[in-house]
Design a protein around this ligand. Structure first.
Ligand SMILES: NC(=O)C1=CN([C@@H]2O[C@H](COP(=O)(O)OP(=O)(O)OC[C@H]3O[C@@H](n4cnc5c(N)ncnc54)[C@H](OP(=O)(O)O)[C@@H]3O)[C@@H](O)[C@H]2O)C=CC1
Ligand SMILES: O=C1O[C@H](COP(=O)(O)O)[C@@H](O)[C@H](O)[C@H]1O
Length: 444
């Protein structure tokens, strides 16, 4: 749903099917013992709490996983991740937030666990309802995709919102969405049989990064780049993800999927689409999606000699990784787009774990200047870099390297950013529906 469609909203919050957004909100993080939950989901909920989106009199948060731990053990696991380096929230907020968090242990395919979870949610709903109000239940699947079908079946059977006064039940599913086309289609039909499309949210957190959102503005509202963004001016584009840490106990998920499905197929391809696609008819999600699909359809079959795979030494020492694992933890692939704008320009996608630095960036290298008087070597490219990790930045770089002379680099930070704002809150394309449907507009 486009942001303009929300602009008529007044003081009460409405979901996409016009259900009043009041009453209890239960957020259930399935896979709460895992890496995503501690590094991203709970910290994101904490930030929403600090910004007033999760009023303590309405909200409760449940962690659910097989690991047998107590409420306090879960709280202690996530506590250290809530305050990021740049957080200005006072530590009392952490304690208050953690009081909202409870833990339920159970398996992903048995009735008992989900019946217990339902009971806990219902108790919270009764305790928080001083008057009769509707109830909202949001299930966030911070889990490997292999368990999404059984988890969704269990939610459908045992944990749906039952309030006579309305409300809703929604599920958020993570990437990767299956393993290949067949499994993605199967997953879609399995989840589709259980929930209506407006109840399902498919998340890719790279679309929530500010500079990824700004790519559309940079490309289509900017006269500087507009005439340059093509094969006449651009030599190559590199979209790179590097991490300086390995799987660290995530073998249960990662080993079954590998780096291509973990990073390239989703995060890097989304970025690739935004860099390479044509201008959408409007900013409506379906128009953006249509342009992404077109550019993906223009990608030529990948050549074997343009793919490199690797596994870092020590990967199999992780106790959660099978001893004989052949799963790639590093991959590079060259994508070639067969269309008028990009013919002949390689898009080099690269992702790796346990490398020597942490970095995620888009590097656009321009062609050499005609009639070059500086006798630049190849390193002397004009580059436009969008850095997404570890901190976000955009800069232009012009490096001139003349034989026998020092390398001289001119690097200028750019502030080309433009924030799509809705009452002060950023609206990432992927999170727009989720945030506005679930939490309503940002309090002014
Ligand atoms: N880690 C990250 O930064 C990000 C991860 N994601 C996505 O989140 C999902 C989960 O990833 P992540 O949290 O890193 O992975 P983890 O390996 O940490 O798995 C999460 C939890 O799922 C359970 N689990 C793990 N493997 C299996 C399995 N084979 N079968 C059943 N349950 C299992 C474990 O809980 P228990 O044993 O207690 O039940 C574990 O704590 C993935 O789809 C990933 O793509 C998305 C963005 C970022
Ligand atoms: O989706 C994932 O992303 C993280 C990296 O996210 P970032 O925002 O910190 O760059 C990665 O570690 C993980 O393997 C993957 O599942």
């Amino acid at each position: 749903m486009g942001s303009s469609e929300w602009s008529h909203r007044s003081d009460s919050f409405w979901s996409n099917d016009n259900v009043a957004e009041t009453g209890c909100l239960s957020i259930i993080v399935l896979g709460a013992s895992g890496d995503l939950a501690k590094k991203k989901t709970f910290p994101a909920l904490f930030h929403l709490y600090c910004q007033g989106f999760l009023p303590p009199n309405e909200v409760h948060i449940f962690g659910y996983a097989r690991t047998k731990i107590s409420d306090d053990e879960l709280r202690n696991r996530i506590r250290g991740y809530l305050l990021g380096e740049r957080s200005s929230s006072p530590s009392e907020d952490v304690s208050e937030f953690l009081k909202l968090v409870k833990y339920v242990s159970g398996s992903y395919d048995s009735a008992e666990g989900f019946q217990l979870l339902d009971k806990e949610i219902a108790m919270h709903e009764i305790s928080k309802s001083s008057q009769e109000v509707s109830c909202r239940r949001l299930f966030y699947l911070a889990l490997p995709p292999s368990v999404y079908p059984s988890v969704c079946r269990m939610i459908r059977k045992y944990c749906m919102n039952k309030s006579d006064l309305g409300g809703w039940t929604r599920v958020v599913v993570e990437k990767p969405f299956g393993k290949d086309l067949d499994s993605a289609e199967l997953l879609s039909s399995q989840i589709g049989e259980l929930f209506d499309e407006p109840q399902i949210y498919r998340i890719d957190h790279y679309l929530g990064k500010e500079l990824v959102q700004n790519l559309l503005v940079l490309r289509f509202a900017n006269r500087f780049f507009l005439p340059l963004w093509n094969r006449d001016n651009i030599d190559n584009v590199q979209i790179v993800f590097r991490e300086d840490f390995g799987t660290e106990g995530r073998g249960g998920y990662f080993d079954e999927y590998g780096i291509i499905r973990d990073i390239i197929q989703n995060h890097l391809l989304q970025v690739f689409c935004l860099v390479a696609m044509e201008k959408p008819v409007s900013l409506k999600p379906e128009h953006i999606r249509d342009e992404k699909v077109k550019v993906l359809q223009s990608v030529l079959p990948i050549k074997d000699e343009e793919v490199v795979l690797g596994q870092y030494e020590g990967y199999r020492d992780d106790p959660t990784v099978p001893d004989q694992s052949n799963t790639p933890t590093f991959a590079t692939v060259i994508l070639r787009i067969h269309n008028e704008r990009w013919e002949g320009v390689p898009f080099i996608l690269k992702a790796g774990k346990a490398l020597n630095s942490r970095k995620a960036e888009i590097r656009v290298q321009f062609k050499d200047v005609p009639g070059d008087i500086f006798k630049c070597e190849k390193q002397g490219r004009n580059e436009f870099v969008i850095r997404l990790q570890p901190s976000e930045a955009m800069y232009m770089k012009l490096t001139v390297k003349q034989p026998g002379l020092e390398m001289s680099t001119v690097q200028s930070e750019l502030d080309l950013s433009y924030k799509q704002r809705y009452q002060g809150v950023m609206i990432p394309e992927a999170y727009e529906r989720l945030i506005l449907d679930t939490y309503g507009p940002c309090p002014s």
